[in-house]
Design a protein around this ligand. Structure first.
Ligand SMILES: NC(=O)c1ccc[n+]([C@@H]2O[C@H](COP(=O)([O-])OP(=O)(O)OC[C@H]3O[C@@H](n4cnc5c(N)ncnc54)[C@H](OP(=O)(O)O)[C@@H]3O)[C@@H](O)[C@H]2O)c1
Length: 256
């Protein structure tokens, strides 16, 4: 039985930890409820509790973004439960394989693309009709690697470059229907992903000391601002937390 609620609701992929978890909290601070679309629902329980402690509803749904069935199911569950879907945050991501092109495992290379590029496509394919109906927002988590090659990261760079173009395609095809789509580069953020990068010793990013990394709150606050305010002039763009003007507009410069 379909029920409807007026509160806006977001799907956030990979929200069990790292930037995705911080996005759930940042959206809640703006009154937006979320469904944490994760591979391991048990792992996401602390995030769900943190959001609900703010008085905002939050649910956990099992979703591996490499599965088209999972993507369709999570969108279907949200529509059954709420009657609408307002925000999609494609956050789930994977850095590996870290290796030169001729040395790495080809299956791992394909898996990276399946996660970082095909995954967002699967979620978008399932969600766009509902997002168009709601005049909703999409934020895709990008990376500086979308625009600049990094040694050992050919899969990640290629996937994120594709994702930047996918954002533009969403804006091009669904902008007239009211869908506001953005890519955001979150900076170099202190998460498990950076731990893997440091351990690899490959390229200059791995040598950035941990105490120089940003906390996830800044990027999360900008994502939540984009999803909430849906700024018209930034639609389809590749944005970065390194842009002072963006932080000033989002009024998040002080976020940790
Ligand atoms: N950290 C940075 O400096 C940085 C910089 C630029 C861009 N980014 C981007 O920001 C996003 C979040 O990164 P992060 O640093 O928070 O990474 P993280 O700490 O490694 O977390 C990655 C998240 O993605 C999930 N995930 C991976 N594969 C998945 C799949 N197939 N289906 C569903 N969920 C999956 C993980 O779930 P499990 O717990 O199940 O593994 C985890 O929740 C990524 O898109 C990343 O590329 C991060």
């Amino acid at each position: 039985m379909t029920s409807t609620s007026s509160r806006r609701v977001a799907i956030i992929t990979g929200a069990s930890r790292g930037i995705g978890a911080a996005i759930a909290v940042a959206l809640a601070r703006r009154g937006i409820g979320s469904v944490l679309a994760v591979r391991d629902p048990v792992q996401a329980e602390p995030v769900r509790r943190e959001v609900e402690a703010l008085g905002i509803p939050c649910r956990v749904a099992r979703c591996d973004v490499t599965s088209a069935d999972d993507a369709r199911a999570v969108v279907g569950q949200v529509l059954d439960e709420h009657g609408h879907l307002d925000v999609l945050i494609n956050n789930a991501g994977l850095i590996e394989p870290i290796a030169h092109i001729a040395d790495g495992d080809p299956q791992a290379w394909i898996r990276n693309l399946e996660t970082n590029l095909v995954g967002p496509y699967r979620l978008l394919r399932a969600a766009l009709p509902a997002l168009a109906h709601a005049a909703g927002a999409v934020v895709n988590l990008s990376s500086g690697a979308a625009l600049a090659p990094r040694e050992g990261w050919s899969a990640y760079c290629s996937a994120k470059a594709g994702l930047a173009m996918l954002t533009r395609c969403v804006a091009h095809e669904y902008g007239a229907a009211g869908v506001a789509a953005y890519s955001l580069q979150p900076g170099v953020v202190d998460t498990d992903m950076q731990g893997i990068i440091r351990q690899s010793g490959m390229n200059e990013i791995s040598r950035i000391p941990r105490d120089r990394l940003a906390s996830p709150g800044l990027a999360a606050a900008v994502v939540a601002w984009l999803a909430d305010e849906r700024p018209e002039d930034l639609r389809g763009q590749e944005l970065s937390v390194a842009e002072r003007a963006l932080l000033a507009r989002a009024a998040v410069a002080g976020e940790a």
